[in-house]
Ligand binder design. Structure first.
Ligand code: FAD
Length: 338
């Protein structure tokens, strides 16, 4: 089934989120796609608790607070979010619309595409072993999308950050979980770490120090994970291995979409923030132009000008009448509709 909307926004970082607002003011509907399982981009993923001091009129606001406020601000425009999936392909249809396909086989059709992809997709750091690609999604899972497949299974979780410990604590309720980390110190929050040690004391989970050395496919649906701590080798026969080694940013499929790139950034004009391909726009950290500053406020400005041009593609027969939010009754009604 193909879902339809006016504009597809690739990236739910602060700039992608504010675009929903600017487009919404012009009655343009949006679907937003992000590879992460939550909106907020770098703000939510890299510095949720750190203060930002250069958002106009906000003396100080954390990355997560900014994300939460943006999500509330765009709510009246009822955006549709598609999270935990990467945009892989874009194609032009005979109707001149775009068709976007995601890694979860979702197809969405729209008049314009807005790329607000920051420095690219956040993707998991993978296990540095060769010849294990065929086990990914089968026995090795980097992001839990469907918890039910893990029920009553033998699971080995690797890592010492919040994701590793949160999943250890959560899955201990439904599966046989072992956690392995390479050292005694954890990056996860102290609360989560205490909870994990309590579960270990209560014999609800196992915890070992060590590092992965090899993985053998047992060809019976299970794998044998061989680990080492100093000179001691330990093997774990498990159904699933869940490595949580953090995320890295990769430009990913955007490089193959025929756009004019300069050092992995998309070149745009500064009047409309349109790319070399008509009706595809690039805003925020992903674009480049003379004088570009990679700041959230630059991305906000870019989204306002981008929306003006999108209007022309979405409503070619209508005139766009410029309105202030302070004085338009129609906008007041929309913005206070929730
Ligand atoms: P991002 O926030 O990078 O979001 C892009 C999103 O697109 C990501 O969620 C990614 O998963 C998604 N994505 C990419 N490709 C795809 C794809 N193919 N399919 C699906 N999803 C995709 N800026 C300031 O103005 N003030 C500050 O004080 C400040 N402090 C900072 C502190 C730190 C530690 C860091 C790292 C950055 C800071 N910045 C600051 C920079 C600011 O965070 C960025 O300018 C801002 O996040 C850019 O927003 P964006 O929406 O363009 O991209």
């Amino acid at each position: 089934m193909i879902e339809k909307t006016d504009v597809i926004i690739i990236g739910a970082g602060p700039v992608g989120l504010f675009s929903i607002f600017e487009l919404g003011l012009l009655n343009i509907s949006c679907h937003v796609i992000d590879n992460l399982d939550k909106p907020g981009g770098q703000c939510a993923e890299l510095y949720p608790e750190k203060p930002i001091y250069d958002i106009p009129s906000r003396i100080s606001i954390t990355g997560q607070e900014l994300t939460d406020d943006l999500l509330s601000q765009v709510k009246p425009f009822k955006p549709v979010y598609h999270l935990s999936q990467q945009v892989e392909k874009i194609a032009k249809l005979d109707s001149n619309d775009w068709l976007v396909e995601t890694s979860m086989n979702k197809s969405i059709q729209a008049k314009c595409i807005v790329i607000a992809a920051g420095a690219g997709s956040f993707v998991p750091r993978k296990i540095p072993l060769k010849n294990i690609n065929h086990l990914e999604e089968k026995n090795i899972i980097y992001a839990v999308r469907d918890k039910s497949i893990l029920e009553d299974k033998e699971i080995l979780i690797l890592g010492g950050g919040d994701s590793a410990l949160d999943w250890t604590n959560e899955l201990s309720k439904v599966a046989n979980v072992t956690l392995m980390h390479r050292r005694k110190e954890f990056k996860a929050s102290p609360d989560t770490v205490s909870k994990m040690f309590q579960l270990q004391t209560d014999k609800k989970i196992n915890f070992f120090l060590g590092q992965i050395e090899n993985i053998e496919d047992l060809n019976n649906g299970k794998i044998n994970v061989i680990t080492k701590n100093n000179n001691e080798t330990k093997s774990f026969e498990v159904d699933f291995l869940l490595p949580f080694f953090g995320l890295k940013m990769e430009l990913g499929p955007i490089a193959n979409w025929g756009l004019n790139l300069e050092e992995n950034l998309i070149k745009v004009d500064t009047e409309k923030f349109e790319t070399s391909v008509p009706s595809i726009f690039a805003i925020g950290d992903i674009n480049t132009y003379p004088g570009k500053l990679k700041l959230i406020l630059s991305g906000f400005h870019e989204s306002a000008l981008m929306a003006q041009q999108c209007f022309k593609y979405c409503f070619p027969d209508k005139k766009n009448i410029f309105r202030y939010t302070t004085s338009s009754k129609d906008l007041h009604k929309k913005l206070t509709s929730l």
